[in-house]
Design a protein around this ligand. Structure first.
Ligand SMILES: *Cc1c(COP(=O)(O)O)cnc(C)c1O
Length: 361
């Protein structure tokens, strides 16, 4: 079939690519894109609304291009002695990663990640004209420092993505792997901590490795633990020189005044916004235990989702759950599916539906 796209003067390197496309269906139980399924608490929503209303009074003017208040808020939230000049933010961490690739990737360059990992890395890399190189993991999706550093040394990429913990597998990544990859590389090393708030309490962040490592970048998002996916706010911490590089590629005023106001207000309530994290972790562990009892093979997860193997026909199971009003994710790993930990009721609905499908089969 020749699509109308083929007849356009599209860039040759974009031909044949498929856009990101997690199904968005209005099902009663949506556990497919790792959102925090708990609503923003009313008192926080009210305060955010007040801040947006205040910002609206000046919406005839361009916003603060340097989003100063928001950067100060992130520096304070992250701790580790970070200051605002080490912080960057954009419309979702996807845009943060895009900025990194626009500055450090691009035509003739390469980006590297250990597959299976976040599906947006290759898409974002290729959209800037960079080639994607996929490294490998152990059978249980872990990565050892030795294997990681030798793969990175061989590939010699301009940008390395380390997803910690990893999506779509949930796998933790220890700091010694990050240190080894950094030492073995000459490029930018991006540690994507989108799910770090779901790791066991006291787990050290890659933020602790930033001092003295000017090519290291730690990215975060408000989309997952923070229950703010719809607002589109991601951020990173790095050496101030990296931040200067990102200023070269961002669109002027890329963060709207309304986004800045909403995110700054939400950050003031980080304790409340993050209150659900422990509940979600409890549901995640219940999912793993129940899946195991049902005969599936859940992988260790430090995130808000569980990847499980032992699924005879993932497309069929996915469809049967869909027919019962439950949306989960087929991440194209043979015999595997991925499910987000929801509220207790949503999690129960998923587990009950899966058990009923099994008893039918
Ligand atoms: C969800 C996710 C993100 C966050 O995306 P946003 O653009 O901030 O919503 C980043 N990295 C990984 C690995 C993710 O799973």
């Amino acid at each position: 079939m020749t699509s109308r796209l083929d007849r356009l003067p599209l860039r040759d390197d974009l031909r044949g690519l498929t856009p990101y496309g997690a199904p968005q269906a209005a099902l009663p139980v949506a556990l497919n894109v790792n959102e925090n399924t708990h609503a923003v608490p009313q008192d926080v929503a009210d305060d955010i609304l007040d801040s947006i209303a205040f910002a609206l009074r000046d919406v005839n003017r361009y916003p603060d291009r340097e989003f100063t208040a928001l950067r100060e808020g992130f520096a304070e939230y992250l701790g580790h002695g970070l200051t605002a000049d080490q912080i960057w933010a954009a419309n979702g961490s996807n845009e943060v990663l895009q900025h990194l690739l626009q500055a450090f990737g691009g035509p003739g360059r390469t980006a590297f990640g250990f597959a299976p990992t976040y599906s947006m890395y290759p898409l974002l890399a290729r959209a800037t004209g960079a080639a994607w190189i996929a490294g490998t993991r152990e059978a249980d999706y872990t990565i050892t420092a030795d294997a990681a550093s030798s793969q990175v040394a061989t590939a010699d990429p301009d940008v390395v993505f380390l997803c910690s913990p990893n999506n779509p597998t949930g796998t933790p990544l220890s700091l010694d792997v990050i240190e080894a990859v950094y030492a073995a590389s000459r490029g930018i090393v991006v540690v994507d901590e989108a799910y770090v708030e779901f790791a066991p309490h006291g787990t050290p962040s890659a933020l602790s490795l930033l001092p003295g490592r000017e090519r290291l970048v730690v990215s975060r998002t408000m989309s997952k633990a923070f229950a703010f996916a719809g607002a589109r706010v991601g951020y990173l911490a790095a050496d101030p020189a990296v931040i200067d590089a990102l200023r070269l590629v961002r669109l002027p005023y890329h963060l709207s005044a309304l986004t800045q106001a909403a995110a700054t207000a939400a950050l003031r309530h980080s304790d409340t916004m993050l209150r659900m994290v422990d509940d979600i972790v409890a549901q995640r562990d219940r999912i793993s235990a129940t899946l195991e009892a049902l005969g599936y093979l859940p992988h260790e997860s430090w995130t808000n989702f569980v990847l499980f193997g032992g699924v005879d026909d993932p497309a069929d199971t996915w469809r049967r759950l869909y027919d019962r009003g439950i949306l989960i994710r087929d991440v194209s790993i043979p015999h595997h599916l991925r499910v987000t930990a929801g509220t207790e009721d949503e999690t129960t609905a998923f587990l009950d539906a899966l058990a009923s499908i099994d008893s039918e089969a």
